[in-house]
Design a protein around this ligand. Structure first.
Ligand code: PEP
Ligand code: MN
Length: 339
């Protein structure tokens, strides 16, 4: 439920009302848009709560029940789109955020070379896994902290931001120490203790959709992060499991307009994991921009055939640079600024 306060309410009045409601047993978040305050009651409401009584509280102008369980992620709570600002870069502001780099950080030389080539082509965020969620325990698991250090240094060298996956709750502070953005992988979308922990730290979080998660499930997972106080969440569609076996996953591009209708959070598309097939990455990336995505996450490696992980879906720097040219043309038509 949302309590919209009237224009006389100052911050101190909103805070006073918030603590009064908290004393009554509700969990309340304060939100502010266009100099107007709202109180969002995120828990404590049940069928016995007499909703009309909230209208009699001081400064309350309007009481809005919310239809769905996710509140803070919903469009109803925030009409303006969330813009995430990291250093001098923005995500969700009408520009296209291009995240590119190898599936995993393999060595210092490899990630520096990758950073050089993808930044020359226009990418502004460098990806690279240091903790890899592998289906087989015998496959390369990533370089750990050493990989995070190489990724951070390569990103800094080419004026890029860095993003890396955090797989385990105890590693959150470590990954946050090195990376500008924390990635939660598809397999961990409903790892609630991990979501709560990334919600308690300050770095933005890119949350990947689980293989069989609905939009509702994804938004509730985002709600776990938001309800801990971290407002900087980026949603990522990376393909879901369907009966189709030709592609690794089915990339659900309808997620972009759907999530934009349901939520104020930016939406990024990952056509690499979304298809699993190198030749399909560029066409689906172009479609993602056409459909309104706020960003792309693409696996690129200087020597794709010999990438240690996800080689079959990794594109070359040349293909990536060509793709960027076509994205600029599409961006002009759909009002997305492409670097
Ligand atoms: C990744 O981006 O490296 C990754 C493992 O992706 P996902 O969690 O979507 O499988
Ligand atoms: Mn990968």
């Amino acid at each position: 439920m949302i309590l919209n306060l009237n224009s006389n309410a100052q911050e101190k009045d909103a805070l006073q009302l918030k603590s009064r409601l908290e004393m009554m047993g509700f969990k309340v978040m304060l939100s502010q848009e266009n100099n107007r305050f709202s109180l969002v009651i995120v828990s404590g409401i049940d069928e016995r709560t007499y909703i009309k009584e909230f209208a009699t509280l001081p400064y309350v102008e309007q009481v809005l029940p919310i239809k769905h369980k996710y509140l803070l992620a919903s469009r109803e709570i925030k009409k303006d789109r969330t813009v995430i600002e990291i250093k001098d870069k923005k995500i969700g502001d009408g520009s296209l955020a291009v995240i590119a780099g190898s599936c995993s950080v393999e060595s210092k030389e490899q990630i520096f070379e990758t950073a050089k080539l993808v930044s020359q082509a226009g990418a502004t965020i460098l990806r690279g896994g240091a903790f890899k969620p592998r289906t087989s325990p015998y496959d390369f698991q990533g370089l750990g902290e050493e990989g995070l250090r190489y990724l951070r240094d390569a990103a800094a060298e080419y004026d890029m931001l860095s993003i890396s996956e955090v797989m385990d709750t105890p590693d959150v502070e470590l990954v946050a120490k090195y990376s500008d953005i924390l990635q939660i992988g598809a397999r961990n979308m409903q790892n609630f203790s991990l979501l709560k922990r990334v919600g308690k730290q300050e770095k933005p979080v890119l949350l990947k959709r689980g293989f069989s998660a609905t939009y509702h499930d994804l938004l509730l997972a985002a709600e776990y992060i938001l309800s801990e106080g971290n407002t900087q969440v980026i949603l990522c569609e990376r393909g879901i499991r369907t009966f189709e076996t030709y592609t690794r996953n089915t990339l659900d591009l309808a997620a972009v307009p759907a999530l934009h209708q349901l939520s104020h959070l930016p939406v990024v598309i990952d056509p690499s994991h979304g298809t699993g097939i190198r030749s399909m990455v560029a066409p689906m990336a172009r479609a993602a921009v056409a459909v309104g995505a706020d960003g792309l996450m693409i696996e690129v490696h200087p020597d794709p055939d010999n990438a240690l992980t996800d080689a079959q879906q990794t594109i070359s720097p040349t293909t990536f640079a060509e793709l960027m040219v076509s994205l600029r043309a599409i961006g002009e038509v759909v009002n997305r600024r492409v670097n």
